[in-house]
Ligand binder design. Structure first.
Ligand code: KG4
Ligand code: ZN
Length: 337
C-alpha cells in the first residue's frame, strides 16, 4: 500500500509518499523561513497563504519523483492538528478533496503522533513499550508508548515548549528566526562553566517541565554582560546545557518510573546534536537504547505524516467527507491501532 502525506501545520509545507514495503519514495519540503524572517516569528495568515501556493505543486513534484500517478495511491494522509488553524485547514481541505477526487481513503493525522513515530522510518526500529520525549516548537511531552495510539502522558511543559525557549533565547541574543539551530551552532564556540543556568523543576518530584524562567535568566544575563560574540556564545552554551540537562534528568526519571530502557526522542529539538550525544551516553550507562530520526525527519516534514497515516489507513481509517482542523488536540485522546 502507498500513501501520500501532507504536512501544513506551521511554517513548513511537507509532502511525502510512503510505500509500506519500500519506505519513503518521495520527500519534498518547502520551508517558509524567508516569508517570516522579517517579522521574527511565524505570521499565521502569511503561513496559510504560502501553504496554498506550495502544496499542490509539491504534490505534483513528489508524484513525479516517485514515478507515480494518483492511481498508484491507496490513501491521502494530512495533518489535522495540533497547529495553526489556518495553516492546518489548507492541508486538510486539499488532502480531503484529493482523496475524494481520487476515490481513496482520507486519513487525518495528529502532528505529534507523526513526530513520535518518525524514528520508525529508520532501520533501527524501537520496540514497544518505550518512553518518548517529544520536543518541538509547540510541545514538550514525556509519553509512555505501549503501541500505536496507546499513549500515556507522563509530563509536559507548564509554560514554554523546549523549542520555543530556544527560539526566544536566540532572539534575545539577536539571532534570526528560527533561532534554535542557530543558537545551537553558536554554543559550539561557548566556554563551559562561565555561566550556569538553573535546571527548572528538577529539585522536586514529577515529570513536568517549565522553560519560561530560563528565557528570563538569559535576558538578565545578557543585560548584565558585555555583548561580545564570545559572551553570547558562552550564554548560548549555558542555556543549551541547562535545557539538555533538564530534559535528561526527566527522561531518566520517566524510564525509572516505568521500568523501561528504551527512549525515543523526536520533534525539532531532537535534531540538536548535543542532546543526542548526551542521551546516547546516558542510555549506554543504563544499558538501554536511544532512538531518533535523521535530522530532516526531526523537524516538520511530510514523511512522518505519511508514515503515521499508513498505520491508521491499515486500521481502516477513512474520514467523513467533512474535514476538521483541530488546533488543540491532546495526544492521549487518539484511539489505539
Ligand atoms: O517539530 P518542529 O519542526 O515544529 C513544531 O512542531 O513546532 O520544531 C521546531 C522547533 C523550533 O523551535 C526550532 O528552533 C527547534 O525545533 N530546533 C532546534 C534545533 N533544530 C530545530 N532546537 C535546538 N537545536 C536544534 N538543532
Ligand atoms: Zn512539529
Amino acid at each position: 500500500m502507498r500513501i501520500l502525506g501532507i504536512e501544513t501545520s506551521c511554517d513548513e509545507t511537507g509532502i511525502a509518499i510512503f510505500d509500506e514495503e519500500k519506505g519513503i519514495l518521495a520527500h519534498r519540503l518547502y520551508s517558509q523561513i524567508d516569508v517570516h524572517a522579517d517579522y521574527g516569528g511565524v505570521v499565521p495568515e502569511l503561513a496559510s497563504r504560502d501553504h496554498v501556493r506550495k502544496t499542490l505543486p509539491l504534490i505534483e513534484e513528489a508524484l513525479k519523483d516517485a514515478n507515480m500517478t494518483p492511481d498508484d495511491l491507496d490513501g491521502v494522509a494530512y495533518t489535522a492538528g495540533p497547529g495553526l488553524v489556518g495553516a492546518l485547514l489548507v492541508g486538510c481541505s486539499i488532502g480531503r478533496s484529493l482523496a475524494y477526487g481520487w476515490g481513496i481513503p482520507a486519513v487525518p493525522v495528529h502532528h505529534m503522533e507523526g513526530h513520535l513515530l518518525a524514528p520508525m522510518l529508520e532501520d533501527d526500529v524501537p520496540e514497544f513499550p518505550f518512553i518518548a520525549l517529544l520536543v518541538s516548537g509547540g510541545h514538550t511531552l514525556l509519553v509512555r508508548v505501549d503501541g500505536i495510539g496507546q499513549y500515556q502522558m507522563l509530563g509536559e511543559s507548564i509554560d514554554d515548549a523546549a523549542g520555543e525557549a530556544f527560539d526566544k533565547t536566540a532572539k534575545l541574543l539577536g539571532l534570526d528566526y528560527p533561532g534554535g539551530p542557530v543558537l545551537a551552532k553558536m554554543a559550539e564556540q561557548g566556554t563551559k562553566g562561565r555561566f550556569r543556568f538553573p535546571r527548572p523543576m528538577t529539585d522536586r518530584p514529577g515529570l513536568d517541565f517549565s522553560f519560561s524562567g530560563l528565557k528570563t535568566f538569559a535576558a538578565n544575563t545578557i543585560y548584565k554582560e558585555d555583548d561580545s560574540e564570545q559572551t553570547k556564545a558562552d550564554i548560548a552554551y549555558a542555556f543549551q546545557e541547562a535545557v539538555i540537562d533538564t530534559l535528561t534528568i526527566k527522561c531518566k526519571r520517566a524510564l525509572q518510573q516505568c521500568g523501561l530502557n528504551r527512549l525515543v526522542i523526536a520533534g525539532g529539538v531532537s535534531a540538536n546534536k548535543e542532546l543526542r550525544v548526551k542521551l546516547s551516553q546516558v542510555m549506554k550507562k543504563l544499558n538501554g537504547n536511544v532512538y531518533y530520526p535523521r535530522p530532516e525527519y526531526c523537524t516538520d516534514n511530510g514523511a512522518m505524516i505519511a508514515f503515521a497515516g499508513m498505520q491508521r489507513l491499515k486500521a481502516g481509517v477513512d474520514a467523513e467527507l467533512t474535514f476538521q482542523a483541530t488546533p488543540r488536540w491532546p495526544l492521549d485522546t487518539l484511539p489505539p491501532v
